[in-house]
Structure formats: C-alpha cells, structure tokens
Ligand binder design. Sequence first.
Ligand code: NDP
Length: 240
Amino acid sequence: MNRVAVVTGGTRGIGRAVCEQLKADGFNVVANYAGNDKAAQECAEESGISCYKFDVGDHQAVLEGCQQIHDEIGPIEVVVNNAGITRDGTLTKMSYEDWHEVMRINLGGCFNMAKACFPGMREREWGRIVNIGSINGQAGQYGQVNYAAAKSGIHGFTKALAQEGARSGVTVNAIAPGYIDTDMVAAVPQGVLDKIIAKIPVGRLGQASEIARGVSFLCSEEAGFITGSTMSINGGQHMY
Ligand code: NDP
C-alpha cells in the first residue's frame, strides 16, 4: 500500500506542486487547506488529490483532521508543513494580532501537525517531516518581524525534533525557499519585486516545482541519513 503523505496548504502554490510531485513519486497524497474551497476543488479535480479543510493553527482542529485522514485514508507517514501566511508591516505599524496570527499558523501549525503525526511515525519506525521555512527566516526581512521570527523558529524546531526522531527512522528536515512565483509573491508590489529579482544571482524567481523536487528527495528512502538539515533553494540569493 502506498504511504500516505499530508501536505498542509497543499491546494495552491508551492504546496500544490509538492502534492503533484509526491503523487508522481507514488505517495497517497492528501492536501490540507484553510478556506479557499474553489482552489481545493480544482486541486481535487485536476490532480485527483483528496483535500481536507482545517486550520493548521488550531490545535484541536489539527488533531481531529489528522484522525479523520488516518481513519479514511490510512496512517500518516509523511508530513509536509507548508501552510503559511504573511501579515507584513514594520514593527511600529504591526498589530499584536498580525504578530500572533503569523506565529499561530506558520510556527504553531508545525507543532500541531507534529503532535498529531510524529508519535505514530515513531511507533511504526518510519516517517518523514519536511518543514517549509524561508530565506527570510534565515536572513531577516524589513517589514517582516513576525514572518521572519516564525520561519526562523521553524529551523530551530526542525533541528530539535530531528533529534527526537533519529533513532526511530523518522527524519525531520527543512527547506528554505527563496522567492518563488506564487500568489504570495504576486502580492508583492512590482517595484519591490524588481529590486528583489535584481538581487537573485540566477536572475529570476523560482518555480514551485523546484521546491517540490527538494521535498521529494527529502521524503525518499534514499534520504534516510539526512535529518535536522535545511536545504536552501533560492537561486543563490543567500548562501551560508
Ligand atoms: P500561497 O499563499 O500560494 O498558498 C498558501 C496555502 O496555505 C494555501 O493552500 C492556503 O489555503 C494554505 N493555508 C494558509 N493558511 C492556512 C491555515 N491556517 N491552515 C491550513 N492551510 C492554510 O503560499 P505559497 O505557496 O507561496 O507558500 C507556501 C509556503 O512556502 C508558505 O509557508 C510560505 O511562507 C513559504 N514560502 C514561500 C515563498 C514564496 O516566495 N512564495 C518563499 C519562502 C517561503 P487556502 O487556499 O485555503 O487559503
């Protein structure tokens, strides 16, 4: 039976590309999403992927959603924590709600999904967790103290959880994308985007499929010796 892979925020952008790649790799793929039913319907119809709506920032909703997936599809063996939002603004203009909402969804979502799925992975002695961080969590970004803090937190979360899973065949890794051509980046004003692209050595935005190929490798059998690592896929924009 094919392993079940759950991709949070899997109905659009990077998550959708990850779903399609993992499906091509032979996983039984489930996409989670927050509220855009139209995108979920398109994802289900065009790619044949099962879609489950729950808020990854809501602890109880995640526990119930993952239990439902377990009961209807099978035990969850791969989790790609991809769901994320932005609520940008300089610190002086950022509300507490904008701070908290980004932490709740972007970082809290990883904790909630791990609480639901990691114990079962350890019991079955196989699992893959891939957390989608960001170049802006590595390098910081003007106007994004909430997003940069949450994404930076994902990288620490990854290294800590990797140590808890290592003896049980569960790997935990992160991918730090640079600027990728999705709805999230389409929301950036063109003038700002032009300046960003000028700083990318390869001279273009990344494609969602290029992140998906990285996720695919980290979820493979062959990547069993890679854990606690961060793979940067950013066109050379940030190197360290
Ligand atoms: P999109 O905005 O295109 O898609 C976001 C997806 O996440 C949607 O499926 C959305 O569901 C889902 N989502 C949002 N909030 C929640 C929630 N509370 N619970 C469940 N699902 C939720 O994002 P991208 O594809 O651009 O980004 C994907 C990830 O990659 C994010 O974590 C982002 O921070 C990260 N990233 C993106 C970069 C980029 O340049 N695009 C660069 C670096 C990192 P719905 O459709 O229902 O709203």
